[in-house]
Design a protein around this ligand. Structure first.
Ligand code: ATP
Ligand code: MG
Length: 672
């Protein structure tokens, strides 16, 4: 054994080491938060490589691309050198790569483009409209709901009727129509040669049903390792079994108490049933020592989970005895909450704690809006994960649509969007142009169509750009599109100058990819999380506060953590407060949020919320109660604080106390 590997084993405990040194028989590491599951997994990879395993024959499946690169970096540190792991990534990204290779064998055109969730919903909307389901007298589910139902059926391997019964009972009356809609949606995708996220898993899983294909792909990998296994679905379990039917070379790690993706058809049975899938059963390693959090934080987190309906038997210990109790902070309202966080964050920074070591977590992306305003007002830089994504911004979608249409002339959604960027081209004309796509793809369609009245110049520019794109060598495509798009953007958006920064950023990111196709694929599958993420030079400050949804915070840790809106209605969210199973998932979400903290944890409970009730007498207060996951018996685990901003603090924090003046009405009255 190499010296490097011996040294690396020294900072592991006995159980972790057993998992690292375990042979090739199937292995499950199941343990609570912060016990070093991810660390163990990366040490195992390093150990395998040190023992002579070929890194290009290791398949490492992670929850996000960020997680994959962190894992690769950790392996590098353990090995004291760079290790390339070409097959480390998310299930979706790896699936896309394999499907492109397998395409000729499975009836796919290898040039397929990939739709993200928003594109998929748009296409679903188009099909829904074509089938005349939009105009039904009784309200038919909206496109997003239709997609969620379809997606649930695919990922849980259920019929539409079962998916409706188990997760969308209020749509049950539309079973027949939804089934027809799903069929038409699948046909539309195939006609256009596009795959959605669900296809990446489903097609991969289907391909693994074919013994010859499964053997060929499975034989490429000596080891398959999966992190966060509790949040995989049936398709993902089937993929793994297809790759390694006897489980030899298979390692999965996870925590059943942290399963938070059942709403996307993740199935905690995957991890619970894993050992018994094989004979002899998989080796199980459990870890009980938590290395992340101080004892008081861990005790409070354990106490929250102890009230769960199902038993999670893991009892965690920590060696980090020091530290005060987590804080349960009561504030007047959301403005007070924002002021509290801003003040605490700045104070901690004064004490020497970088902003990056502090994170604010929330159940729903829009909970952070008042805080974002407060941070902007106080000039505190932040990056938000899991909110409005970079790729959801209209101008970024425009830019990518052009590239996607050039890549795949059959991608109607991309063509539809691109064509309507030309002044004078509306949906009807765009649809007609798309009907004449020929073997020259997008360029052919435009060439074969007469320019719209008054826009012959713009039409010619579009045609020339598409022709140039056909011949372009990557990354010059990016410049061609940017040059064409810039005047379009000037005409469409008041803040075109601000948006230009994003386009330039796209060009910078794009230039680092080898081809148009790999750029489009990667960006769709694993988008940068915000306009300032991955930007390097575009980000003014190199230290910034982290804002994240709890779902996006999985697997991560910070010294100081704030959790917003720990009140009923927000946590559990109104949405999740239905069935017991949903409620239990909300409890685990709180557990995931709390266990991200190393040294300091603040759970914040605003006492009242403003609700704008238009047409019903203006603003109203709604009083909120502490989350039901923190009953009185648990309060002794916390330091309870009632916090109010100091006199003379920002306008914001005093909103409730100011007289109400309706200047909007006054403005209207001026001309009435
Ligand atoms: P989660 O359930 O949140 O994904 P995890 O079980 O994957 O957590 P890690 O993120 O791997 O846990 O580790 C949590 C922290 O504990 C990290 O900072 C890690 O470096 C540290 N840690 C893990 N094992 C040890 C160890 N044996 N000695 C010292 N520190 C450790
Ligand atoms: Mg982890």
């Amino acid at each position: 054994m190499s010296r490097i590997a011996v040294a690396a084993l020294e900072d592991l405990n006995a159980e972790q080491r057993a998992a690292v040194e375990h042979g090739r028989a199937p292995l499950l590491v199941i343990a609570g938060a912060g016990t070093g599951k991810t660390k163990t997994l990366s040490h195992r990879v390093a150990h395998l490589v040190a023992q002579g395993a070929d890194p290009s024959r290791i398949l490492l499946l992670t929850f996000s691309r960020r997680a994959a690169s962190e894992m690769i970096a950790r392996v590098g540190r353990v090995m004291a050198g760079d290790v390339r792991l070409p097959w480390a990534g998310t299930f979706h990204a790896i699936g896309a790569r394999l499907l492109r290779e397998l395409a000729p064998a499975i009836g796919l055109d290898a040039e397929f483009t990939i739709h993200d969730r928003a594109d998929s919903a748009d296409l679903m909307g188009m099909v829904r409209h074509q089938l005349g389901l939009g105009g039904t007298a009784k309200r038919f589910p909206m496109k997003g709901t239709c997609l969620a139902i379809y997606s649930r059926a695919v990922n849980a391997e259920e019929t539409i009727a079962d998916a409706l019964a188990s997760a969308f009972p209020w749509c049950r009356e539309w079973g027949v129509e939804l089934k027809a809609l799903s069929a038409a949606y699948v046909e539309a995708k195939q006609r256009q040669n596009v795959l959605d996220y669900d296809d990446l898993l489903w097609l991969w899983a289907e391909a693994m049903r074919e013994p010859a294909l499964a053997a060929e792909i499975g034989a490429r990998f000596d080891h398959v390792l999966v992190d966060e296994y509790q949040d995989t679905n049936k398709l993902q379990a089937r993929i793994l079994l297809g790759l390694k039917p006897d489980g030899v070379g298979l390692t999965v790690v996870g925590d059943d108490a942290q399963s938070i993706y059942a709403f996307r058809a993740a199935d905690v049975r995957n991890i619970l049933d894993f050992p018994g899938t094989f004979s002899p059963p998989a080796k199980i390693v459990t870890l009980e020592q938590n290395y992340r959090s101080t004892a008081p934080i861990l005790e409070a987190s354990n106490a929250v989970m102890a009230l769960a309906r199902e038993g999670f038997t893991k009892c965690l210990r920590t060696a980090r005895a020091a530290g005060g109790a987590p804080k349960l902070v009561s504030v007047r309202d959301e403005a007070g909450q924002a002021a509290y966080v801003a003040e605490q964050v700045l104070e901690a920074r004064e004490r020497g704690l970088e902003l990056k070591q502090q994170a604010v977590l929330f159940r729903a992306a829009d909970f952070s809006a008042p805080l974002e305003l407060e941070l902007a007002r106080r000039d505190i830089p932040f990056v938000k994960f899991g909110g409005l994504k970079f790729l959801e911004a209209a101008h970024v979608k425009d830019f990518l649509a052009i590239l996607r249409w050039a890549q795949n002339g059959g991608d109607r959604l991309a063509g539809f969007r691109t064509l309507q960027l030309v002044p004078g081209v509306g949906p009807a004309r765009a649809a007609r142009v798309l009907d004449v796509v020929d073997e020259h793809g997008a360029y052919g369609a435009v060439r074969n169509t007469a320019p719209p009245a008054g826009a012959s110049e713009a039409w010619r520019a579009l045609k020339e750009m598409l022709a140039a794109l056909d011949a372009a060598v990557w990354p010059s495509d990016l410049d061609l599109v940017a040059r064409w798009y810039q005047p379009v953007m000037d005409g469409r958006y008041d803040d075109a100058r601000v948006r230009l920064g994003d386009i330039e950023q796209l060009q910078r990111i794009g230039a680092t990819f080898g081809s148009r196709q790999s750029f489009l694929t990667e960006l769709t599958l694993d988008p940068p999380n915000s306009t300032s993420d991955e930007s390097g030079p575009a980000l003014k400050d190199d230290d910034y506060l982290i804002l994240s949804t709890i779902h996006s915070a999985k697997g991560q840790e910070w010294k100081s953590v704030f959790v917003l809106n720990v009140v009923d209605g927000c946590m559990p969210s109104d949405l999740g407060a239905g069935s017991t199973a949903e409620l239990e998932e909300e409890r685990r979400l709180l557990y995931v949020a709390m266990t991200r903290a190393k040294d300091d944890l603040h759970l914040i409970t605003p006492q009242r919320f403003y609700h704008t009730q238009q047409g019903r007498g203006g603003d109203k207060h709604v009083y909120a109660a502490r989350s039901r996951f923190l009953p009185s018996a648990l309060l002794e685990k916390f330091e309870q604080i009632a916090w109010a901003p100091a006199e003379g603090a920002g306008l914001h924090s005093q909103r409730g106390a100011l007289p109400q003046v309706d200047l909007a009405a006054r403005a209207r009255a001026r001309f009435s």
